[in-house]
Design a binder for this molecule. Sequence first.
Ligand SMILES: Cc1ncc(COP(=O)(O)O)c(C=O)c1O
Length: 467
Amino acid sequence: MASEHDVGSGAFAVGIYLTFSEFSFKNESISVAFQANPTELCICNKERIIVEAIKEIAKSIDFDPYRYRKDFPVLEQMIHGMPLVYLDNAATTQKPNAVINTIVNYYKRDNANVHRAIHQLGERATLAFEEARKKIAAFINAPSSRQIIFTRGTTESINLVASAWGEKFISEGDEIILTEMEHHSNLVPWQLLAKKVGAKLKFIPFTESGVLDFEVFERILSNRTRLVAITSMSNVFGTINPIKRITRMAKDRGIPVLLDGAQSVPHLPTDVQILDCDFLAFSGHKMLGPTGIGVLYAKINYLENMRPYQGGGEMIQSVWLERSTWNEIPHKFEAGTPNIAGAIAFGAAIDYLNRIGMSQITLYEQELTTYALNRMSEIDEIVIYGNAPERGGVISFNLGDIHPHDLSHFLDQQGIAVRAGHHCAQPIMRKLDIAATTRASFYFYNTKEEIDYLVDKLKEALKFFSP
Ligand SMILES: Cc1ncc(COP(=O)(O)O)c(C=O)c1O
């Protein structure tokens, strides 16, 4: 029987970035209270969400990561004589055989360029490429696969919006609201744009717990705000931001919202229609897919009004010596030969995640993260950064005065892969007045046993580095 907490997590998982207080479940009566706005979810098929939540909660009790681990050949190896414990999933995830074989089979049997050739291989490659687009659209509940633009990843997706939309619609004196917890990928493109067009950047600060300060957000929204660009899950604190609340506040003022979904889409069920975001950027490699492939989702009216991003083959309709006209979306934004194998393999990754169920993944990762936080807090010398009530499986910490690089090297000697550094979020480090952190980040194939092993080795590290 699931505990009250489990049921809450399930509701949260399927509620998709709604806070616990907005979406609270009662186990026995299955009553649902939408405290903030009882009617809000009706427009988004409330019943479907509730039924899915209950089904997924029931399934989650049986979640067995060992069942999936055997699909990941990389996890079977020894590192420095120890079994690999891979806890760097926020940087990139490992790939299952289903994804690896898709790439191999594509190159062995179907390799051809897309949308051009009339021959068999060309048709097969085009069909598989466009099928992948459809799978990704369905995965985030995009109304149409035309709204899925293939890019190299989150970074390129955000740059695409800054360039193709921002340069056209943002001008001198306009304001763009970001947060202080952004990855450089959702900061630097806006700095470049602001400099180019004379716009201003404004920032929602984070509190000591690593959550956003909504009072400031409310204050800095103005009639000059042209965009709110925000991470849906912090790659440092693990904080899951209440996106629905953010989009609601922005939409009340007619302001579009861009979500950096690099950390959230791989771990949480994502429904762009519920979230009501205008742009969503994410990367294949953080969700079992290959590197070099990612997605920009956008609402149709934005895509239709945006300038092309890059010029070249595929993105044109007609070309004269002096001028050109543009292809239809999504092709207008996909100049040149795309990462065909990458897109098709991303589709295979989506199939794999769907077979497990995203709500199941969220629930299991919540359980694993709570377990890890509890076990790590046994160590007095540990400082964990961020303790948001809604958080994902990313834990940044420091251990005594051991430098994160030294700790990471020590753990590597024990077979444990974690990340040490500023995690491409230097402004966070500056505000916390630290140079770096060590970061452990989980995916559904991680186990409690691995967390126990990490905690044992952290305790050993303290002894090893003590003077
Ligand atoms: C929150 C966040 N945004 C953006 C990115 C950039 O993703 P990519 O390097 O795949 O473009 C990352 C990568 O770590 C991230 O964690």
